[in-house]
Write a protein that binds this ligand. Structure first.
Ligand code: SF4
Ligand code: SF4
Length: 619
């Protein structure tokens, strides 16, 4: 069966990829079929085989003094800090692509630097070291820059910057290491670099230039088409630049390497590739969502990001990758403002588990348990105890809707209306629920509070100096590392290693998964049966002293049927009224573990307590 990755790349390049092999160690390259080709060649149109090897897991840079050894899947961003010998970024950055969030280092025969680097590579299963002569690269050795480079830029309108570039390039001998022209969200500019020793030679060219730092190409503004390739200087016209939304040219004598993105179809006489993005429902394959998406991170594959969703949509296979917890982080980085969450909602088939507890003791302020937090009853009780001891009553209610409906915001509002009749504020135990339950605001005016924010002043000082995990749904939706607990609940899968390194978490679900403390644990509230046992002996004692009265009342049962119950409830109430809300509630939840004279007494006590728990908002 074709893997999702094969389908993904087949969809992008409109060519069948039969096998997509992930390389995680050097040994894997050795064992590749002879006709396998590296993924970094894919979007450059150089792949002829239908077996593709993905090297992006092979990451690492080793500093060898005057050179560095870079594993083939390392991101360019991680290499630049080692001062590799640099002519232009373009020489290095096409290991992956500058779209798809895949700007790998890889190997591009290094443009003009091909003779200045050596490689460790495999050709037909045999390893060789030296100049590149085909096959799949494991590592590249690059000399380090031993002369400091200076970077200067010239900014202006498109025509002025292009004319400046052309006039510089018309000089016979140029003292620059690199000349690149960039048009992006920040404007149009020419960036040149040169070694300090050439300052005297370059002086006359750079009078109107200002200092800048090395430029890293990143598609910031993208149109419907993207072009990559090599052409001649005379083909770079003002019209071409004007029609581009993004352009990156690096000049080598009369040759120009380019990446251009535009909304209109361009005609560039060159050797190169063109990709039209309109088939991906507006997604321009920039890959910005890939780096922030917890679902993609959890599954370890680009296909589980929105990018994967859109690419697979083009061939009708998107449903398999759409089951995420809809955190919406992707929408915040998407440069073309796609309504990703709405589209995912339509396709996802999430877990439909319903809650395993049903508690309906509403109060003006009520903790809400849902199918997401139903295993957190103990945490809810700790909060009820904590607040009850401080004179604040927290009710507790269970929302009966299944997980998929909650995550997708499709809660049964009619039921919710009844449930929330006497509730002004719901308190959620997890940040996810605070976000998902927003739809309840359409039922009535309601505050929705994440319990942590009620306790922040108390627990924050206790977290000082500790490593704290901020879940994806907390703190401006920044992705700080995912315990995957909510994702697994939503997609009903068990993927994801524990990659969160923390001692405390703001999510009790994550706390359970990671075996660390939650903000509720920091309150140090203990729940033990002694609370329930104490009340039970008081109730039992009261009932036994009233035995003779009950006997008497029993006689009147026929004539005065309510008398027995009246005496009973007055007696029980007398005991209960001296207790705080938590004690009564905890006793109620544990009644099945306690001994009663008979079942009917137990049920009378139970009814009495239920009445009391539901009766008033006073503690
Ligand atoms: S909603 Fe969250 S998990 Fe889903 S695709 Fe977007 S970033 Fe990824
Ligand atoms: S969904 Fe948006 S952020 Fe993600 S690749 Fe497409 S355009 Fe870029």
């Amino acid at each position: 069966m074709e893997s999702l990755e094969s389908l993904f790349y087949s969809s992008i390049i409109s060519k069948n990829i039969d096998k997509y092999i992930k390389i995680t160690k050097e040994e894997d390259i050795k064992n590749l079929p002879n006709n396998a080709e590296a993924k970094y060649e894919l979007l450059r149109g150089n792949v002829t085989s239908n077996i593709v090897a993905d090297l992006s897991e092979l990451k690492g840079v080793e500093d060898l003094g005057d050179s560095i050894k870079v594993l083939a899947g390392t991101k360019w961003k991680d290499v630049i800090g080692y001062s590799p010998e640099l002519w232009s970024i373009m020489d290095f950055s096409v290991g992956g692509t500058i779209s798809l969030g895949d700007e790998g280092f890889g190997y591009n025969e290094f443009g003009e630097l091909a003779n200045r680097v050596t490689v460790e590579a495999y050709l037909n299963g045999e390893k060789y070291t030296g100049k590149y002569r085909g096959g799949i690269i494991y590592a590249v050795y690059i000399k380090k820059e031993n002369k400091p480079l200076i970077f200067k830029q010239y900014t202006g309108s498109e025509d002025i910057v292009l004319s400046k570039a052309k006039s510089l390039l018309s000089e016979n001998i140029l003292p620059f290491r690199d000349i690149s022209l960039i048009k992006d969200n920040e404007g149009t500019r020419l960036i040149v670099s040169y070694t300090q020793v050439r300052e005297i030679l370059v002086k006359r060219y750079i009078d109107s230039f200002s200092a800048t730092s090395p430029f890293y190409p990143e598609l910031s503004s993208i149109g419907k088409y993207i072009y990559m390739g090599k052409t001649n200087l005379q083909n770079i016209s003002f019209d071409l630049l004007k029609n581009s939304k993004y352009a990156y040219f690096t000049f080598r004598g009369n040759s120009v390497y380019y990446v251009i993105s535009s909304d209109v179809k361009l005609n560039i006489p060159s050797t190169g590739q063109e990709y039209a993005f309109d088939k991906f429902n507006g997604c321009i394959l920039c890959g910005k969502c890939v780096n922030v998406c917890p679902h993609s991170y959890q599954r370890g594959s680009i296909v589980f990001s929105p990018l994967g969703f859109f690419v697979l949509s083009a061939i009708g296979k998107e449903a398999q990758v759409s089951n995420c917890h809809l955190c919406g982080i992707c929408e915040e980085v998407c440069p073309v403002d796609l309504n990703i969450v709405d589209l995912l909602k339509q396709k996802s088939a999430l877990n439909s588990k319903v809650p395993n507890v049903q508690l309906t003791f509403p109060s003006k302020k009520s903790i809400i348990l849902t199918a997401i937090s139903d295993n957190l009853l103990e945490d809810a009780l700790k909060l009820i105890k904590y607040f009850s001891l401080r004179g604040v009553k927290l009710g507790i209610i269970t929302l009966p809707d299944p997980i998929d409906k909650i995550v997708k915001g499709q809660i049964n509002l009619e039921n919710a209306r009844k449930l929330l009749e006497n509730v002004d504020e719901i308190i959620t135990l997890t940040p996810e629920e605070t976000s998902y339950l927003i739809v309840l605001k359409s039922v009535k005016i309601l505050d929705i509070t994440f319990a942590y924010s009620m306790l922040e002043n108390i627990v924050k000082p206790l977290m000082e100096g500790k490593k704290v995990h901020f879940p994806c749904f907390y703190s401006e939706k920044k992705f700080y590392g995912c315990s995957y607990e909510m994702l697994n609940l939503a997609n009903n899968e068990g993927y994801g290693e524990n990659k969160v390194n923390a001692e405390i978490t703001l999510c009790p679900l994550a706390a359970k998964k990671l075996g660390i403390k939650s903000y509720i644990d920091l309150l140090n509230i203990n729940l033990d049966m002694s609370d329930a046992n104490k009340l039970h002996s008081e109730i039992s004692e009261t009932l036994s002293t009233l035995d003779r009265v009950f006997e008497d009342a029993e006689w009147y049962k026929e004539i005065e049927p309510k008398l027995y119950e009246k005496i009973f409830s007055e007696a029980i109430d007398k005991v209960l009224l001296s207790k705080n809300y938590f004690e009564i509630f905890y006793y109620y939840l544990n009644m099945d573990k306690l001994e009663f004279k008979n079942e009917s007494i137990k049920s009378l006590v139970k009814n009495e307590i239920e009445k009391l728990l539901r009766s008033s908002d006073k503690d």
